[in-house]
Design a protein around this ligand. Structure first.
Ligand code: HPA
Length: 247
């Protein structure tokens, strides 16, 4: 079964025929909300709104461990994460969708591993490729089938938030190799890896990152909402195509 974690602008999937909602308790506390199960294009999926259904949980307070654990324990073998980002690379302009292939992690103070506590042996996971290439490929195929342009590959920088970045911070991220910046990509990706779930992300560019393009003086938050609304229509179609191609 496919799990979908919806970010800002995607607190529900309007094309999902809901069959049930389930509150899941985990050893790591409560997820952002009940899991919503339903049929998307005839296929069963589990949906979770990362920031809660009322969009009340900020990026640094999301219980990423509980979210990943809950989806895994309810049978999701793979997860597609939908996350809004600021575009750093010139072609990542508002409205673009990207399927990132690499991650830089600047977050701090988040509960970021399942492997902790006195009973756990020291465990290291391989994180060379943070995103599942198979799932990324399927997302790219789904986009092609939907006739939607998506940017293949990009380095996602995860910042702590909830504030946006300074222009100098974005300059630094760019020097580090980042193409886009968001606040929720980590530790979600590494937790999925730890637990053994295929994980890929659809990054929705909702603004130029600070100091870039029309954000050269400030980021206009009201514009972000308009871009989000339009982009989520595309994301829903993409997800429908993705599950339709599922075997
Ligand atoms: N920075 C960090 N996170 C974001 C941004 C941004 O510019 N836009 C959307 N999420």
């Amino acid at each position: 079964m496919l799990g979908i974690i919806g970010g800002t602008g995607l607190t529900q999937l309007s094309n999902l025929e809901i069959t049930r909602r389930q509150i899941v308790r985990t050893p790591f506390g409560d997820p952002s909300g009940a899991l919503t199960f339903g049929k998307l294009n005839g296929r069963e999926v589990a949906f979770l709104a990362r920031h809660g259904y009322g969009h009340t949980i900020p990026p640094h307070e999301v219980n990423y461990r509980a979210n990943i654990w809950a989806l895994h324990s309810e049978g999701a073998a793979q997860v597609v994460s939908v996350a809004s980002v600021g575009g750093i690379r010139a072609d990542l302009t508002p409205g673009a969708l990207a399927i990132p292939h690499q991650v830089l992690d600047y977050t701090w103070g988040r509960k970021h591993t399942f492997f902790e506590g006195p009973d756990q042996p020291v465990t290291h996971i391989d994180f060379t490729h943070p995103y599942c290439e198979v799932l990324r490929g399927r997302l790219l195929k789904a986009a092609a089938a939907a006739g939607q342009a998506v940017v293949n590959k990009g380095v996602y920088a995860a910042t702590q938030g909830p504030r946006l970045e300074s222009a100098a911070e974005i300059d630094r991220l760019e020097r580090d190799g980042a193409d886009m910046v968001g606040m929720t990509g980590m530790p979600e990706a590494s937790l999925a890896k730890e637990i053994g779930m295929r994980y890929a992300a659809v990054a929705v560019v909702v603004n130029h990152a600070a100091g870039r393009g029309d954000s050269s003086e400030e980021i206009h938050l009201d514009q972000i909402n308009a871009v989000l609304q339009a982009s989520m229509v595309k994301v829903r179609t993409l997800l429908e195509k993705l599950v339709a191609a599922d075997d």
